[in-house]
Write a protein that binds this ligand. Structure first.
Ligand SMILES: *Cc1c(COP(=O)(O)O)cnc(C)c1O
Length: 390
């Protein structure tokens, strides 16, 4: 048997659910990655906001290694220190009450949907189960979270989808009120639509939405899978908006590179879920939670958050010096870059030129590691500028 390359094996044996860039990444440190041929890249995508502390942060590696050498897994029928400590931190830092653990963003959102529906079922009966979400949203790839996603392109092939979701235009309070019926139990939204193109919701709209929902006992579910864990310069994006959700979810950046999803609820919902109403074999894994504890301890520090905000400001300033950049949509280190050219073409060329960057709809998207240095930002800007001017 002749050994096949990574690319050949991938193309032969992995289902083609992703269009890949022509690069096989082999290792990394901080915001710098290397491919199998040793070529160096600046990474401003961090695995779609997952490697929040960059590649192989020393403290993070130590935290997960120590836990893997102690106990790597136990079932949820036993108490476990790492998830218990993580849950306490998440609740205390966000003024929430209880955490449910899973392994991905989609699972965390499924959990939020289940909690919202059960709260409403217990209080009002089975009829009041509908959830309003926003057009252009993205909530995951399971059948139910696809159903919750407000983009028609996702509502194909996999029929029948889950009933009980309706969609309204973001930013339009009248449309939201018109969509509410006596069957509405929750509104679910991202405060910055990540996959939808880095669309930043208006503060007044979000506040009005939260007030209206609170007045009508309609639950507010904030999907912080992409915006959470210091990405926007606060620990969670809702802390930039001055609202308190009934439920929020987090995933991508939380584990620092290991799979985790959490659904966090406020006081009102803390008694809704009872034994056997939800669960996950891998949820609350101690190695993953050791990584997440390290991430949360690092990024919740006010000085760290301040740096994220400053680096975001600096990155935007530099982007705005590039003539081909039409506009920048940004909060913290979550960045959408409007350009004249086709964003996908430019992203592919950037990758060839040593910059790992992604897109969202028709914008270039940057989700750099929160620990990225100013020098690496400067390198990224230079590559992007040269690529746009090629
Ligand atoms: C990525 C994402 C999800 C889905 O997360 P997975 O871990 O891929 O299941 C859900 N919501 C938002 C806002 C996301 O960005």
């Amino acid at each position: 048997m002749t050994p096949q390359s990574t690319k050949e094996l991938d193309q032969q044996y992995i289902m083609h659910t992703y269009g890949r860039y022509d690069v096989a990444l082999a290792k990394g440190k901080g915001a710098v990655a290397y491919d199998e041929d040793g070529k160096r890249y600046i990474d401003v995508s961090s695995g779609i906001g997952v490697n929040s502390l960059g590649y192989c942060d020393e403290g993070w590696v130590q935290a997960i290694t120590a836990q893997a050498q102690t106990i790597q897994h136990m079932s949820n029928y036993f108490y476990s220190a790492q998830p218990s400590q993580l849950a306490e931190k998440l609740c205390k830092l966000t003024n929430m009450s209880k955490v449910c653990f899973g392994n991905s963003g989609a699972e965390a959102n499924e959990c939020a949907i289940k909690i919202a529906r059960k709260y409403s079922f217990d209080k009002y009966g089975a009829e009041r189960s509908e959830i309003i979400t926003l057009r252009n949203s993205f909530h995951g790839r399971t059948v139910t979270t696809l159903s919750a996603t407000g983009q028609d392109v996702f509502h194909n092939y996999f029929f029948p989808f889950t009933d009980g979701f309706s969609f309204v235009e973001a930013g339009d309070m009248d449309a939201l009120k018109a969509a509410v019926t006596d069957k509405t139990c929750a509104v679910m939204l991202e405060l910055i639509q990540g996959e939808g193109g880095v669309n930043i919701l208006d503060k007044d709209y979000v506040k009005a939405l939260a007030d209206y929902c609170n007045d009508n006992d309609i639950l507010v579910i904030i999907d912080e899978v992409q915006t959470g864990v210091a990405r926007t310069g606060k620990l969670f994006a809702f802390q930039n908006y001055g609202v308190q959700p009934d439920l929020f979810t987090a995933a991508k950046g939380l584990g620092g590179g290991l799979p985790i999803g959490v659904c966090v609820c406020g006081e009102k919902l803390s008694g809704v879920m009872t034994p056997s109403t939800h669960g996950s074999t891998f949820g609350a894994n101690p190695v993953v939670c050791a990584g997440a504890n390290y991430v949360i301890d690092t990024v919740s520090d006010e000085a760290f958050l301040q740096e994220v905000r400053e680096k975001g400001d600096y990155l935007e300033q530099q982007l705005r010096t590039i003539p081909a950049v039409k506009n920048v949509r940004r909060m913290g280190l979550m960045v959408g870059i409007e350009i004249e050219q086709d964003a996908h073409d430019i992203a592919a060329k950037c990758v060839q030129n040593g910059l790992l960057i992604i897109t969202a709809k028709d914008v270039l998207r940057m989700l750099p590691p929160l620990t990225i240095t100013k020098e690496n930002i400067d390198e990224a800007i230079t590559i992007l500028k040269n690529t746009l001017e090629e």
